[in-house]
Design a protein around this ligand. Sequence first.
Ligand SMILES: [Zn+2]
Length: 213
Amino acid sequence: MPEIRAFPSGYIQTNAFLVSDLERKEAVLVDAPHFVWDDVAPALAENGCSLKALFLTHGHYDHIGDAARIQKLGYPVYGHRDDQVFYETPETMRSYAYPLDMTLEPVVIDHWVEQGDKIDIIGDSAEVRHVPGHCPGNILFYFKSFHSAFVGDALFSGSIGRTDLPSGDFQTLERSIREQIYTLDRNTVVYPGHGPETIVGQEMDTNPFVSMR
Ligand SMILES: [Zn+2]
């Protein structure tokens, strides 16, 4: 079972997750809010792991603030093509970003991934599922072997992602959650882009926005 550490960072406390296999000495980082590398680099040095990749759940500015910085160090970046405009022209989200003068650096994705892809990483396999609705290119990374899904802003503990941002759509998000998240094993731990982790079964039973009751 890898070690999973959350690094809430940036202007609105966006979660990044460092997933480290301490035996193989390999790690993968999920999402890259502004300034997160200042904390992740020492954490990697501490646990002796080398970073194999940066997985981006979606292209909103608060999840990619440090992505270009990390990529320039030689780490490959994964994302979904439906958010290409956010990745390559983050300025399009400028009016939603506060403070208004924050740095928004574009990132060019190295590996476009899509629904059903399996990524071999840290001696394990991450399944990609497409969960649009919060934005067009939100994906989740599901590690079946250790019951963990990194879902970006699709689903939160007791809540769901905003659908009022450009290209957001509630019906699309609801379908994504029902078909792509609530079909995971009930005991899967959900690691969201903001706030605390939760469990698939708990959200199916009690989420006030999208439940399976
Ligand atoms: Zn978002």
